[in-house]
Design a protein around this ligand. Structure first.
Ligand code: PMP
Ligand code: GLN
Length: 382
């Protein structure tokens, strides 16, 4: 986790956002929206502060939020979870991942992820003393090969981390893949940790939570966050739902990580989770239009792109433009086009990085005029 000189290595997102600030380039690197979310949610936080919701909430989270999470799981997916025992509020999805991995992993256990993988998975598996195994997702559709899943998931596997919709590729896993993962988890007695922070951001395909697959809910920890759904990434309110015994084990770790999470943000996220269906279909349609703007811009500029079915991100291959090293390309992109992106290699193990060398990730969770400006600037790369 440390850089070669012993200092703390900056995450790729912090490094690229700093590059954007330094150069004045358009930041399509770190995935955060550049507009506020629904007024109801923002007003509810202000109201909660005015109402004195300012002291330590319960460790599991305020009941008003746990109940809203349970209602949300039922409304969208028909899933029944008990707000008192099967829901845990966390400091973003990140703490949900950290507490889950530290609670459920023994040193030496194997953890399987899809590669490229969100950077926190690698760090947290290392903190937990686990052995990280991956199944590769390959362009253009970034879907896992069923035989590779069968080969990597074994009796040594303790946790299978699913990320759907997927960061950084934007892939959405079809139901058959989820069914295969659940059957392999049964066969090898593994638990499934599913990171579904982009659950409401799919384009023309439904989001199927792993927990909806028959036989899954008894061995699945489902993680989400208010950040992506309500444009409140800076609030760091996330949650997980899981069988009561697993929630208890995870709470035992969580109490020593953050103890509890920001009180006034919890009723505000609860307000968001109760917004009508039209809000949810609206944010997906809106983001899809932004994806289309950036996808056309990247294609017109000469990149080969893989159309994402969900998430904030699109993967582009810079090789057709003559750039085969994505990390180097991202370093010079502010000069070339006044834009910042993230190399896909940052989401890969060192051994597998060469296979993804020319791929870079652009975020389209930005205002349409910003995306149009970025597209125009990218068109000037020669
Ligand atoms: N998982 C994935 C796949 C993400 O993309 C992110 C961040 N955007 C997180 C987890 C972290 O979410 P949070 O900010 O709620 O901790
Ligand atoms: N999840 C966002 C991304 O992938 C930001 C994550 C972060 O800053 N740690 O870009």
């Amino acid at each position: 986790l440390l850089a070669a000189d012993g200092t703390v290595a900056a995450s790729i997102f912090a490094e690229m956002s700093a590059l954007a600030v330094r150069t004045g380039a358009i930041n399509l690197g770190q995935g955060f929206p550049d507009e506020d979310g629904p007024a109801e949610v923002l007003d509810a936080a202000r109201q909660a502060i005015a109402d004195g919701v300012n002291q330590y909430p319960p460790g599991r989270g305020l009941p008003v939020l746990r109940e809203a999470i349970a209602r949300h799981q039922h409304r969208f997916y028909g899933l029944s979870v008990d707000p008192d025992t099967e829901v845990l509020v966390t400091a973003g999805a990140t703490e949900a991942l950290a507490a889950t991995i530290l609670a459920l992993l023994e040193p030496g256990d194997e953890v399987v992820t899809l590669e490229p993988f969100y950077d926190a998975y690698g760090g947290l598996i290392a903190l937990g003393g686990g052995i990280h195994r991956t199944v590769r997702l390959r362009a253009p559709d970034f879907q896992p090969d069923p035989d590779e899943l069968r080969a990597v998931i074994t009796d040594r596997t303790r946790l299978i981390i699913v990320n759907n919709p997927h960061n950084p590729t934007g892939a959405v896993l079809p139901r058959e893949t989820l069914e295969l993962i659940v059957s392999l988890a049964h066969r090898h007695d593994a638990l499934i940790v599913t990171d579904e922070v982009y659950e409401h951001l799919t384009f023309g395909v439904p989001h199927v939570p792993v927990a909806m697959i028959p036989g899954a809910s008894e061995r699945t920890i489902t993680i989400s966050s208010g950040g992506k759904t309500f444009n409140t990434t800076g609030w760091k309110v996330g949650w997980l739902t899981a069988p009561a015994a697993l929630v208890t084990a995870i709470l035992a770790v969580k109490q020593f990580l953050t103890y509890v999470n920001g009180a006034p943000f919890q009723p505000a996220i609860a307000r968001g989770l109760d917004l009508p269906d039209s809000f949810y279909s609206g944010i997906a349609a809106d983001l899809r239009a932004r994806r289309d703007v950036l996808e056309s811009g990247l294609t017109a500029a000469g990149f080969t792109v893989s159309r994402p079915q969900g998430s904030y991100f699109i993967v582009a291959d810079a090789a057709p433009l003559g750039y085969t090293d994505g990390a180097e390309f991202c370093r010079v992109l502010p000069d070339l086009a006044g834009v910042v992106a993230v190399p896909i290699g940052a989401f890969c193990s060192a051994a597998n990085r060469p296979e993804y060398a020319s791929l870079v990730r652009f975020a389209y969770c930005k205002k349409v005029d910003v995306l149009e400006r970025a597209a125009a600037q990218l068109a000037g790369i020669t």
